[in-house]
Design a protein around this ligand. Structure first.
Ligand code: ATP
Length: 213
């Protein structure tokens, strides 16, 4: 099974890297593909340029085996819809299962994603814990019919995911890191130190981008 980890990575931090690697190990994934988006559909345009986000991601992931950066969303025009990305991955990897790894914060809004129900014909979802976002709030935040569609697919049993090709939702705890790119951007703009939230080489490169500005 191949893991897909999409995001804006504006900038990349340990809250991206550590959960993704922990899922790779727990599910024995053959590889994991980090997919930076070009134009995220649900948020403001990124702070860093595409080239800067990509360069930081390359530095962060350098040296890990079976961990790749997949640039297909950067090379595609228009909004970066995950449904389109998964269709294109399906045709590149027709014989492998795909699992889309997302944090609980993203999962809570999944029923607003473009063609969201179709995702479950294309992949499994692995939902990771994230401080401040609780599973029990999902039911309150969405339409009952959407929640029912999701809850029928939810499991905490890895075997339920590995035994079929698509359609499951695995809820999985990962190391808890109370950090976000938003928080990092705010601290940087306030002149505060953010070095503990990312590998040193990433931090130095990020500082260079800001000092050049
Ligand atoms: P921003 O604050 O700019 O929205 P972010 O830190 O949430 O950024 P994204 O690039 O939007 O990062 O997220 C990519 C994926 O990483 C999402 O699925 C998100 O849920 C997950 N993620 C980000 N930070 C954490 C964290 N601290 N713990 C667990 N998952 C995380």
């Amino acid at each position: 099974m191949i893991g897909i980890f999409g995001g804006t990575f504006d900038p990349v931090h340990y809250g991206h890297i550590k959960p993704a690697l922990s899922i790779k190990q727990a599910l024995n994934l053959t590889q994991i593909r980090f997919i930076p988006n070009r134009i995220p559909p649900h948020r403001e345009p990124p702070w860093l340029s595409v080239a800067q986000r990509l360069s930081l991601l390359k530095t962060a992931l350098h040296g890990y085996s079976d961990v790749f950066i997949d640039e297909r969303e950067l090379n595609r025009d228009g909004l970066s819809y995950m449904a389109d990305t998964l269709k294109s991955l399906r045709s590149d990897f027709p014989d492998e299962s795909l699992c889309l790894i997302i944090g609980m914060d993203a999962f809570i809004g999944i029923n607003t994603w473009h063609q969201w129900r179709s995702l479950f014909d294309l992949c499994h979802l692995v939902v990771t814990t994230r401080p401040g976002f609780e599973q029990n709030t999902i039911a309150e935040q969405m339409r009952a019919s959407d929640y029912q569609f999701l809850s029928e697919r939810m499991t905490q049993d890895i075997n339920e995911i590995t035994s079929k090709k698509t359609g499951g939702i695995l809820l999985k705890s990962v190391p808890q890191l109370d950090i976000s790119s938003t928080h990092i951007r705010a601290r940087l703009l306030a002149g505060e130190d953010v070095s503990q939230w990312m590998p040193e080489e990433v931090y130095l490169q990020l500082r260079g981008f800001i000092d050049d500005d």
